[in-house]
Write a protein that binds this ligand. Structure first.
Ligand code: MN
Length: 297
């Protein structure tokens, strides 16, 4: 199943080229703040599944192409993110072994929840002169159940679904959370695909293009810390909550984006988003003046 947020926090089940509006099942007013309808829907999904199936059979759909799709989760409890987490396609085995050891031992970081944006929103670049702002193409995992201290073999059971995710970042040496937390630095979407529609989460192909030119391409089979381990590691530290997002790390090929660019991300069995990049007026701060060099962190 594929679930979308659309037209002001409404919740939809995607059915072919149509969307079935199931907002009322979540029993949340979509106009309320904070926008937690999808989080509540995910938390109650087990109980709501028969009603969701019944709605599908009724088949009352809205045309997908005429809806404004939004970030499928707007107000998660947290976004957990893993650093560079892919085997590179290089022959320098020694270097590769070292980088694998680093990725396995690095743990994770957090990104501000407010950095989330959706498939119809622009990526807005802050005016940080002399700095590069990079795209990172990633698979996003949406957690379905509250969980703590999960073992690897229990990890799959708490996945609600998958989504495309871009982990945008200002390169530099300041705290990673600050460099990755600007508004619109975490586009997700276009929807959440549940695991029953994903043949093998450990063999998903992801690609990223800038203005139609491919920059990143990888498979989740090349993850260094794999999906069960990411969930086990996260839940060792934090209670995972329904709607939490895990950004699973990016493969090689990251690079700068500029106003006017179009960023496209596609993940097999999940979906595709085309995002325009704009220059923003807000976001300059002297903290960015200190260091004008870009480092890959
Ligand atoms: Mn990343």
């Amino acid at each position: 199943m594929r679930f979308v947020s659309f037209n002001g926090n409404r919740i939809g089940l995607v059915d072919g080229d149509g969307v079935i509006d199931i907002t009322d099942l979540a029993a949340v007013d979509p106009s309320q703040w904070p926008p937690v309808g999808m989080v509540q829907f995910i938390a109650r999904f087990g109980d709501l599944l028969p009603e969701v199936e019944a709605r599908r059979l009724q088949g009352v759909t809205l045309p997908l192409s005429q809806l404004r799709l939004e970030a499928p989760v707007r107000w998660p409890n947290k976004i957990i993110a893993f650093p560079a987490n892919y085997h590179e396609h290089i022959s320098e085995m020694r270097e590769n072994v070292i980088s694998q050891a680093n990725a396995k031992g690095q743990g994770f970081f957090l990104k501000a929840n407010s950095s989330i944006s959706g498939p119809a929103d622009p990526v807005v670049l802050p005016p940080v002169e002399g700095r590069e702002i990079h795209h990172e193409c990633e698979l996003g995992i949406v957690i379905g159940q509250r969980a703590r201290g999960l073992s690897r073999n229990k990890a799959r059971g708490v996945i609600f679904g998958f989504t495309c995710l871009l982990d945008m970042v200002i390169r530099g040496r300041e705290e990673r959370v600050m460099r990755k937390s600007y508004d619109t630095f975490c586009p997700i979407g276009p929807w959440i695909v549940t695991p029953d529609d994903v043949p093998d989460m450990n063999d998903l192909t992801m690609r990223l293009w800038v203005n139609g030119e491919q920059r990143q391409s990888a498979s989740t089979r090349d993850l260094i810390v794999d999906i069960p381990e990411m969930i086990a590691m996260s839940s060792a530290v934090c209670t995972l909550e329904p709607g939490d997002i895990i950004a699973t790390g990016t493969p090689a090929g990251v690079g700068p984006v500029r106003p006017g660019d179009t960023l496209s991300i596609e993940i097999s069995h999940i979906g595709r988003m085309d995002l325009r990049v704009e220059a923003g007026a807000v976001g300059a701060h002297p903290v960015w003046n200190a260091l004008k060099i870009a480092t890959l962190s």
